[in-house]
Design a protein around this ligand. Structure first.
Ligand SMILES: C[S@@+](CC[C@H](N)C(=O)[O-])C[C@H]1O[C@@H](n2cnc3c(N)ncnc32)[C@H](O)[C@@H]1O
Length: 264
């Protein structure tokens, strides 16, 4: 992996958005479920002594949890945003895990990772930002050693062709660069890349309930503190994003999902 080409700083997740996401989802997390959801993604896998990559590590909550709890040899978190990588380095250092958990800012596109150098590629709710699932699956396959695992959570589309007006309204309200795809596209991409033992676990019914609890928290327990940090207008907008998200979770068009596959 190299850092020789210094990428332009990118900031899709700015300070205000990060403040809201971390308040709702916990320190170091920009996705739901905290360490328990990370544990579900990895359930039954033995990571002892493994070299792991965390693709789209965000603020590093999952990366640091894996470094602390799973006996890995090393874990490298990569992300495209420099502000997030700085936060990750701080989080790992505060946890005394800087030797095990390292972080790199990268450019979007092919992974700067040597062929057959990793035992596992982990990712939590980041692949939604990567449009071409086939190219990504081929690249992950290339980086893994034989027997290596891809273990991820991501936000998938519950529709195959066109999103409903409600889904379009949700995506527009998020304002993030989403490249949503259905489970069948992910499965086809993993299979075409050469993966075996592919499994897909739908988490829609869990998150439908969880998202309601999160939104309630934003409106009540978290409101005053967050309002003073990010301002009323931004916070109310985020509460509205959650409202729109709950609609599309209920419609089944947004489907948080766990994905797993093995390189033979
Ligand atoms: C929803 S956040 C999840 C972050 C973290 N995995 C977590 O669970 O808290 C998605 C992350 O993916 C990152 N990302 C987007 N495109 C990426 C790419 N091509 N390569 C690496 N990271 C990317 C974003 O910057 C963001 O930090």
């Amino acid at each position: 992996m190299t850092t020789s080409d210094v990428p332009e700083p990118m900031q899709e997740y700015d300070d205000d958005l990060i403040a809201v996401l971390e308040a709702v989802w916990g320190e170091g997390f920009m996705s739901p479920g905290g360490t328990e959801e990370v544990d579900r993604v990895l359930e039954g896998l033995d990571l002892t002594g493994l070299a792991v990559l965390d693709l789209g590590c965000g603020l590093g909550g999952a990366t640091v949890h894996i470094a602390r709890q799973y006996g890995v040899e090393s874990i490298v978190g990569i992300d495209i945003e420099d502000n997030l990588i700085e936060a990750c380095v701080e989080l790992a250092s505060g946890a005394g895990l800087s030797d095990k958990a390292q972080f790199l800012q990268v450019e979007p596109g092919p992974l700067s990772v040597a062929d057959t150098s990793l035992d596992m590629v982990f990712s939590k709710d980041a692949i939604i930002h990567i449009e071409d699932k086939h190219a990504l699956a081929r690249d992950v396959f290339r980086c893994l050693k034989p027997g290596g695992w891809f273990a991820a959570s991501d936000w998938l589309a519950g529709y195959t062709s066109t999103p409903s007006p409600e889904m379009r309204a949700y995506i527009e309200a998020e304002g993030l660069d989403f490249g949503l795809a259905s489970a069948s596209i992910y499965e086809a991409a993993l299979e075409a890349a050469g993966f075996v033992d592919i499994s897909v676990t739908d988490r829609n019914s869990w998150y439908r309930q969880e998202a309601r609890r999160e939104q309630d928290n934003m409106k009540r327990a978290l409101y005053a503190d967050l309002q003073s940090t990010v301002g009323k207008e931004f916070l109310d907008h985020q509460i509205d994003v959650w409202e729109k998200m709950i609609v599309v979770l209920d419609l089944g068009e947004l489907r948080p999902t766990h994905l797993r596959a093995r390189k033979p």
